[in-house]
Design a protein around this ligand. Structure first.
Ligand code: PLP
Length: 461
C-alpha cells in the first residue's frame, strides 16, 4: 500500500475534522498530524507513510497471536461466507455455541467452591461484561428471596478500573477518570488495594503478612447483610498503572467472599487469555470466581466480543415459570455475533496449535532478567510485571517515591521518543507500559525492551 503526500495529508485532515478520539485531548490532537495505521503483520504495524513500528501495546491490550494471523484470518473468511450476524435472542448459532463450550472447558477449576464455571453470557466489550456480572449478582440475591433482598451493594478497590459505562465507572477508583461523574454513580464500598510500592498501611511485604486484607475483611464483615458481591481485577490492577498484588492475596479474597457469602466477581478483561502467563489470572492462585468478565484478548484482538461466565447455581436462581419474571432481561444487538465468536474459537485453537502458553514462560523470564538492573536507573521508581504485562514507574524522587505532576506528561514524553525509534507505547500517567502480543519473538521482545530503555534514559525532566 502506498499513498502520495497529498493523500496522506487529506486522510490526516479528515480524521482531525470528523473523529473524536477516546481518552484524548482533542485540542492537542488537532495540532499534530496523526499517525494513521494502515497495515499490521505479526507484532509490526505500518503507518500510511510506510513507517514500521513494533506494537508494544498489543493495540491496547487486545492482540494475542499477532496481526493478520493466517488461521484467524481464514476462520473469519470461512464464517463470512456462511453468515456474519444472526441474533441470540430466540435463535442459536454455531460459532457462539462452539465458543461457549470451549470457554467453559478452559475456565478455571478448583477443589474449593464454587469449583467451576458453567454458563456463558455474551456481550461485546469489557465494560458490558462487567455490567452484566453486576446485574446478575444483584438479581441473583433478589431471586433468592426476602431473606437476601438487602444484598444490593458492591465492594470494589481503590484504583480499580472496570470500564467506562456508568455501572462500571461506579466500581472505578481512578479519580482522574471517574471523579467528574460522581453525582451520576451508584454507591459502592471502596477498600484499599494491595499496592506494595506505596503500601496503604505503610508496611513491607512479606513481613506485613498481608495486613491490608484486614481492611477488606472488616468492610465485608460490617456490611455483610447489604453486600451482593466484591469486584476485583485479579493479580494486577491494569489501568491503575499495572499495580501488582502480592502472591496469595487473591486466594484470601476468595476465602473471605465464601466465608461471608458474597459473590466474587473477577474482572479478567485485561488479564485473560494468557496475558499473565496462565490462561486466566485466577489460575495462579487456584481460584474460581462466581462471575468472570472476559473481553480484550478473547478474539485474539480481532473483533469486539465479551463474555460473562458464571456458575450453575447463579444461573439456576434465574429459572422459573415465565410469569415469575426471573428472566435475565438483558441483551445487546450483537450478542453472540458469529464473526466475533469464530475469531475467538480460532484464537483458542492457535493457543493449542502454537503452544502459546508453553512458549510464553521463557519470554516472561527473559523480561524479568532484562529489567533487573533498570531499577538502578535515574527516574525508575518501581518495576512491576505479571506475565507479559510490564510496567516501569517513573518518579521525580526515588527516595520519597514522589510522582511527577501529571501535567508534566512524563509518560507521554517517553512514549513519543519510543515512537520515533519504532515502538508504539501508551503510558498510564508516569507509568510506562509494555504489553507485547504473546506471539512476540525473543528478538522482537529484546528490541522492544531496548527501545523502551533508551527512551526512558533519554528522559529530560
Ligand atoms: C479494558 C478494561 C475494561 C473495559 O473494557 P472495554 O472493552 O474497554 O469496555 C474493564 N476491565 C478491565 C480490567 C479492563 O482492563
Amino acid at each position: 500500500m502506498s499513498f502520495s503526500s497529498d493523500e496522506i495529508i487529506r486522510w490526516q485532515k479528515t480524521d482531525q475534522r470528523y473523529i473524536w478520539h477516546p481518552f484524548t485531548q482533542m485540542q492537542e490532537w488537532e495540532q499534530t498530524p496523526p499517525v494513521i495505521i494502515v497495515e499490521g503483520e505479526g507484532v509490526w504495524l505500518t503507518d500510511i507513510e510506510g513507517n514500521r513500528y513494533l506494537d508494544g501495546t498489543s493495540s491496547l491490550w487486545v492482540n494475542i497471536h499477532g496481526h493478520g494471523h493466517p488461521k484467524i484470518n481464514q476462520a473469519l473468511k470461512a464464517q463470512i461466507e456462511k453468515i456474519s450476524h444472526s441474533t441470540l435472542l430466540g435463535l442459536a448459532n454455531l460459532p457462539s455455541t462452539e465458543l461457549a463450550q470451549k470457554l467453559i472447558q478452559i475456565a478455571p477449576i478448583s477443589s474449593e467452591p464454587p469449583h467451576r464455571l458453567s454458563k456463558v453470557f455474551y456481550s461485546d466489550n469489557g465494560s458490558t461484561a462487567v455490567e452484566i456480572a453486576l446485574k446478575m449478582a444483584f438479581a441473583y440475591w433478589q431471586h433468592r428471596g426476602k431473606r437476601f433482598n438487602k444484598k444490593r451493594k458492591f465492594i470494589s478497590f481503590v484504583n480499580a478500573y472496570h470500564g467506562d459505562t456508568i455501572g462500571s465507572v461506579s466500581l472505578g477508583g481512578i479519580d482522574l477518570f471517574h471523579q467528574a461523574y460522581q453525582a451520576l454513580l451508584f454507591d459502592t464500598i471502596k477498600v484499599p488495594a494491595p499496592t506494595c510500592y506505596r503500601c496503604p498501611i505503610a508496611l513491607e511485604y512479606p513481613s506485613c503478612e498481608m495486613a491490608c486484607i484486614n481492611t477488606v475483611k472488616n468492610a465485608i464483615k460490617d456490611n455483610q447483610a447489604d453486600l451482593a458481591g466484591l469486584v476485583i481485577e485479579p493479580l494486577i490492577q491494569a489501568a491503575a498503572g499495572m499495580l501488582t498484588a502480592p502472591p496469595g492475596y487473591l486466594k484470601k479474597i476468595r476465602a473471605l467472599c465464601s466465608q461471608y457469602d458474597i459473590l466474587m466477581i473477577a474482572d479478567e478483561v485485561a488479564t485473560g487469555f494468557g496475558r499473565t502467563g496462565k490462561m486466566f489470572a485466577c489460575e495462579h492462585e487456584d481460584v474460581v470466581p462466581d462471575l468472570m468478565a472476559l473481553s480484550k484478548g478473547i478474539t485474539g484482538g480481532y473483533l469486539p466480543l465479551a463474555a460473562t461466565l458464571t456458575t450453575q447455581s447463579i444461573y439456576d436462581a434465574f429459572l422459573g415459570e415465565y410469569a415469575a419474571f426471573k428472566t435475565f432481561f438483558h441483551g445487546h444487538s450483537y450478542t453472540g455475533n458469529p464473526l466475533g465468536c469464530a475469531a475467538a474459537v480460532a484464537n483458542l485453537e492457535v493457543f493449542e496449535s502454537e503452544y502459546t502458553l508453553e512458549k510464553l514462560q521463557s519470554k516472561i523470564q527473559y523480561v524479568q532478567d532484562t529489567l533487573l538492573n533498570w531499577k538502578d536507573w535515574p527516574h525508575v521508581g518501581d518495576i512491576r510485571q505479571a506475565g507479559l504485562m510490564i510496567a516501569i514507574e517513573l518518579v521525580s524522587n526515588k527516595e520519597t517515591k514522589t510522582p511527577y505532576p501529571l501535567e508534566k506528561r512524563i509518560g507521554v514524553q517517553v512514549c513519543n521518543t519510543a515512537k520515533t525509534l519504532g515502538l508504539i507505547l501508551r503510558p498510564l500517567g508516569n507509568v510506562i507500559v509494555l504489553m507485547p502480543p504473546l506471539s512476540v519473538s525473543k528478538e522482537e521482545l529484546s528490541r522492544m525492551l531496548s527501545i523502551a530503555g533508551t527512551s526512558i534514559r533519554q528522559l529530560k525532566t
